[in-house]
Design a binder for this molecule. Structure first.
Ligand code: CMP
Length: 139
């Protein structure tokens, strides 16, 4: 079993798609180990996306991620990191395969509905960014 971090982004939470996305993730075999709803500060969004600081879209990404509430999720499943990225689909919904979450719910490469950690190492760091040790005790 492996854990990964997902974030339902402000576009999907704001559009009322959280329930549908959670049901989709459970149907794909993910256990929701921890979940919260929060509104990131600019400083928190800048820190989370630090790796993208030099990219041209960094400022806009931080603005978007602070534009409304998000829902971070700790998810558990066999091969969770890779499997979640398959279920999410390509970053840009134009390129996302039919049936993937981004094909279903994303509206642009930036407002792309959901984030998923891209490696087990980043998953560990990103889970710790949003959840305390106590919150990550298996339910
Ligand atoms: P995410 O998986 O959260 O990782 C970084 C985010 O940056 C990505 O999803 C998109 O929301 C955003 N992003 C990546 N590439 C671009 C781009 N070319 N233009 C705007 N936003 C982007």
């Amino acid at each position: 079993m492996q854990r990964t971090l997902a974030i339902l982004k402000p576009d999907s939470v704001g559009a009322g798609h959280a329930g549908k996305i959670l049901a989709h993730l459970e149907a794909e075999g993910f256990e929701i180990v921890a979940i919260k709803k929060m509104h990131l500060t600019t400083e928190q969004a800048q820190a989370f996306y630090e790796v993208h600081r030099k990219r041209p879209f960094y400022g806009s990404l931080v603005e978007f991620m602070t534009s409304g509430p998000i829902m971070p999720l700790a998810l558990e499943r066999e091969d969770a990191v890779t499997y979640l990225r398959q279920v999410m689909g390509a970053t840009d919904p134009i390129d996302a395969a039919e049936g993937t979450l981004r094909k279903l719910f994303a509206t642009s490469i930036e407002t792309n509905a959901i984030h998923g950690s891209d490696s087990p190492e980043n998953a560990r760091d990103e889970l710790r960014f949003f959840f305390s040790r106590a919150e990550l005790i298996a339910s």
